[in-house]
Design a binder for this molecule. Structure first.
Ligand code: SAH
Length: 669
């Protein structure tokens, strides 16, 4: 048996099919090609990881997902004539051959071409014609082609290649101003001189060197040396000037003038307020002030935060003056506690409680959690609830949820167990419980509507968490997507429960609320998010507001479950979108970014640039790789709040660490 087969299957499942490239011919072709034979022996053990690997002469074999993405985008059909430019190891050519194509391939570096030719012959791919040369000139004798794929990126689409496409033919090629950073394009030839161009996302290929590519002056081999060559795009000065002109300075956060700035968004159905870190004081305080205004003046009755449902439910009981269950455990006990256990949040919760106290119950604003990391507590909540309304159903719940209980404290282990047994073992019983709650809705909710809604949300959460942990084990975009769909579903059902004029404010990270279709998340990784789903549902009645900073301090951890530390945030990188705001010297300010704002910023900031994302973990030493992703700011958000310098949140001591203080948050005075 082929010892590599299992690794190959896993690669296909996790990095190809699992990320949405599930064309059967493509998968069969990749299954047939022994990728381990295309990499140097010392890298063989990594042949099925989703990473580019060095071959020789400073070149790389492309990562499997990218090869799949390109061949898929080129829509290679049985019997198609295909030109592979930048053959490198010959791997992509072999996969195209397995897909039934007649392949011609060109490689610029003679030694690589020679090695690839021998390898292909040994592996039975002798039909592939491979020659040394400049691929930007194409292969006129073999033209026209149904598809041309280029595994190296130039500054523009080579005209010569377009002319060698058959009508209907596709050219898939990375193109970019920098030698090592490109957008993947598909150009389809519709007629003699008629082409359609589509963007497929941000990519990083080695430079395409040739007559219609980059010149060879910089060697062009080593991708890592090209960072410096990337440089700022030429029109940065103009962008900076536009930012300066469009910026509206932020008044004192507690002032009426600050609140008034956000009056313009007050008609929206949902206002989503982001943050570019989970530990920055200014972001909480601004969200607090904006939310107060929307609640007080515009009847927003839902504040939905990126916290677990049961934790937020404890805050909700406090702000709406509903009693806490007798043996309720204190909320926010799991990592990262500082995200919601901080003075800034406490201040908002206190204000909301006081505001609500003067109102009848139906006019009170509630606080709700959008996240799904509370499998264990949610199970307990449903069982406890049923215990009080329907003890028989509680017994049933105990036995059905019992399926998940071995993993209550290690839900990630559930994914592994399911994968090794090959079945979705708890899916069925978990969904049956949700079904039961829905069926008994009128009976149960007659006692206490809020308690019923809480139990129903928990039951739905358990269902989504079950698929989340299964998907997490498989890797790829699916787990993230299950999570953000859960957030959206929760928001939708809250709005529904509050009647047709209900409005909501959402507090979540920029990565959840900035439209994923305009970031690497959506364009490269196949991830969707809450902001995108809101836009798709409510159009301009969903307002997406991002937050950013240049430097300062942040509360974060070195790793998951590590203690919180106050860390220095590095100054933003010179090629980042943050740096443009820094250069504009407009702190602190708000800019509107949507096209209708017609301040020029929509177009100026519509091209993807590196943007910083700090979550609960911050790793300054590998900042570019760990925290920057490419995003088109003005398409991602409708408005952006910019702070030149920010400081860490004022975290409350973790549970059990108070110096003689009772641990009462959120119920303390
Ligand atoms: N698909 C290949 C990718 C190799 S990397 C694989 O999976 O192995 C891209 C290759 O493009 C490099 O080997 C580089 O030498 C080659 N290249 C760069 N410019 C070229 C050009 N103008 N013509 C042909 N090959 C080129």
């Amino acid at each position: 048996m082929d010892p590599w087969q299992e690794a190959r299957e896993r690669m296909l499942l996790r990095h190809v099919a699992g990320r949405g490239l599930d064309d059967a011919r493509l998968l069969a072709a990749m299954r047939a090609v022994p990728r381990e034979r295309f990499v140097p022996v010392r890298f063989q053990s990594s042949a099925y990881e989703d990473a580019p690997l060095p071959i020789a002469h400073g070149q790389t074999i492309s990562q499997p997902y990218i090869v799949a993405l390109m061949l898929d985008a080129a829509r290679i059909g049985e019997g198609d004539a295909v030109l592979d430019i930048g053959a490198g190891s010959g791997y992509a050519a072999a996969v195209a051959h397995e897909m039934g194509a007649r392949v011609h391939a060109i490689e610029r570096i003679p030694e690589l071409a020679q090695a690839a030719r021998e390898r292909l012959r040994e592996l039975g791919y002798g039909d592939i014609e491979l020659r040394t040369g400049d691929g930007t000139a194409g292969w006129p004798e073999a033209a026209p082609f149904d598809a041309i794929v280029a595994a190296a990126g130039g500054p523009a689409v080579p005209r010569t290649l377009l002319k060698q496409l058959r009508i209907g033919g596709r050219l898939v090629i990375p193109v970019g101003d920098a030698r090592d950073r490109q957008r993947l394009l598909r150009v389809t030839r519709l007629g003699e001189d008629d082409y359609r161009e589509e963007e497929l996302g941000e990519v990083r290929f080695v430079p395409l060197i040739g007559r219609e590519g980059w010149d060879d002056a910089q060697g062009g081999g080593d991708a890592s040396s090209t960072d410096a060559a990337a440089g700022p795009p030429i029109d940065d000065d103009a962008v900076v000037a536009l930012i300066r002109r469009a910026a509206e300075m932020l008044p004192e956060v507690d002032s009426q003038a600050f609140a008034d700035l956000f009056e313009r968004f007050a008609l929206a159905r949902v206002v989503l307020l982001g943050e570019c870190s989970h530990g920055t004081s200014e972001f909480y305080r601004a969200r607090d002030a904006i939310t107060r205004h929307l609640v007080r003046e515009h009847g927003y009755r839902i504040v939905a935060i990126e916290a677990d449902w049961p934790d937020a439910a404890a805050l909700d009981r406090r702000v709406r003056g509903r009693p806490a269950p007798p043996d309720a455990a204190p909320p926010f006990q799991r990592f990262p506690q500082w995200m919601w256990r901080n003075r800034e949040m406490e201040r908002f919760v206190d204000w909301l409680a006081a505001h609500n106290a003067a109102l009848p119950q139906v006019q009170r604003t509630g606080l709700y959690g959008l996240d799904l990391y509370s499998l264990h507590r949610s199970i307990r909540a449903v069982v406890d609830y049923l215990e009080s309304v329907d003890p028989d159903a509680a017994a049933l719940a105990r036995s059905r949820y019992g399926c998940l209980s071995p993993w209550a404290h290690d839900p990630a282990g559930y994914g592994l167990a399911v994968a090794s047994e090959g079945l979705a073992r708890c899916e069925e019983p978990v969904l049956q419980m949700l079904q039961l709650l829905l069926e008994k809705q009128s009976e149960y909710s007659a006692r206490d509507g809020d308690d019923f809604l809480d139990a129903r949300h928990n039951a739905r959460l358990i269902g989504n968490a079950e698929s989340y942990y299964r998907a997490m084990y498989r890797g790829g975009a699916e787990a993230w997507n299950v999570r953000d769909r859960h957030m959206f579903q929760t928001l939708e059902s809250l709005l529904e429960a509050h009647g047709e004029h209900a409005r909501a404010v959402v507090w979540a990270h920029n990565s959840h609320i900035g439209d994923a279709r305009h970031t690497d998340m959506g364009r490269v990784r196949g991830e969707l998010n809450l902001g995108q789903l809101c836009r798709q549902k409510w159009g301009e009645h969903a307002v997406l507001i991002g937050f950013g900073t240049h430097a300062g301090t942040v509360a974060a951890a070195d790793d998951w479950d590590e203690p919180m530390r106050i860390m220095q945030v590095r100054p933003s990188l010179p090629d980042s979108v943050e740096h443009l705001f820094h250069r504009a010297g407009v702190c602190d300010c708000m800019v509107e970014l949507h096209a209708a704002a017609s301040n020029g910023l929509h177009a100026a900031l519509a091209a993807p640039r590196p943007e910083r994302f700090i979550g609960v973990i911050y790793r300054p030493h590998s900042e570019r790789q760990s925290h920057y992703a490419s995003a088109a700011l003005s398409r991602q958000f409708d408005a952006y709040l910019w702070y030149g310098s920010t400081r860490a949140v004022d975290a409350l001591p973790p549970h059990g660490h108070e110096a003689g203080m009772p641990d009462t948050y959120p119920f303390g005075e």
